[in-house]
Design a protein around this ligand. Structure first.
Ligand SMILES: [Zn+2]
Length: 262
């Protein structure tokens, strides 16, 4: 299994990092794409690569839309430096967000576009966040999808129409633990309809803890912390929705992740 989206550098899970990665490997996770979200956490994302890990770690460096309004002056140069130093790194997690509206939409879009253009210039795949902003995100991607080597719509939760547009643009669609919620009808429909060649699975560690998973600890506000070994629950649920077996889907999604990210 390949966990297409996680934040292994996250300070909430730092104390348990060694156990988390060994549990992940024991559960059959062979690779993780681990994304930074703002300049302050790029050093910790970089530091992951210096550790002896029992799995492949593809780093992502980027500014998440939640942090688009608090950037230091030379953030673009710093980002380019991290990408230069890591030839396999993706640009992510970047995108647009409609949940936390504290960051103005025009600021989010400006920071998103600057990073997309950097990914184009450096020929890197992009990892996209589009929570409650999938429509606008797909509109923006129309002019850019063909200029990057690939893109991942992480934690997908958009409509059938938006799914079709992402698939048409050649994007990869990644499903997280919310697919395990029987009430998440839209997400579950998308997990059924995404073509075999473009589907991915993820945990979004330490977020989106799935019911029945193994908790990595308790985060801010009592939130249960997720970890990559819980990818198995997402795998089994998505396999069930698609009427396929878990092993077949594990191989398929891992091959897709390698194709777009490595
Ligand atoms: Zn994320």
């Amino acid at each position: 299994m390949f966990d297409a989206h996680a934040h292994l550098h996250d300070t909430e899970i730092a104390a348990k990092f060694d156990r988390i990665v060994s549990d992940a490997a024991a559960a059959g996770v062979t690779g993780v794409c681990s994304c930074g979200t703002r300049p302050e956490d790029w050093p910790a994302t970089q530091a992951l690569l210096g550790k002896p890990l029992p799995l492949i770690c593809v780093p992502g460096f980027g500014v998440h839309p939640w942090y688009a309004d608090k950037l230091p002056h030379a953030w673009m140069e710093t980002l380019e430096g991290y990408l230069d130093g890591n030839p396999v790194a993706a640009v992510g997690e970047i995108g647009l967000d409609g949940i936390r509206r504290a960051v103005p939409a025009d600021v989010q879009e400006q920071v998103f576009l600057a990073q997309l253009e950097l990914a184009e210039r450096m020929a890197r795949p992009v990892v996209l966040h589009g929570a409650r902003a999938w429509g606008r995100l797909v509109d923006v991607m129309r002019a850019h999808a063909h200029k990057v080597p690939g893109f991942v719509a992480h934690g997908f939760g958009g409509s059938r129409e938006i799914l079709a547009r992402i698939v048409d643009m050649g994007g990869y669609v990644s499903f997280a633990g919310n697919v395990c919620n029987p009430k998440a009808a839209k997400v579950r429909a998308a997990a059924r309809e995404t073509p075999d060649s473009q589907i991915l699975i993820e945990t979004d560690t330490p977020d989106l803890f799935p019911a029945g998973g193994k908790q990595a600890g308790t985060g801010a506000g009592g939130k249960p912390l997720n970890q990559p070994c819980n990818l198995k629950l997402v795998l089994e649920q998505v396999a069930d929705l698609r009427g396929t077996d878990a092993d077949t889907l594990a191989d398929l999604t891992a091959a897709n992740a390698r194709r777009v990210l490595l």
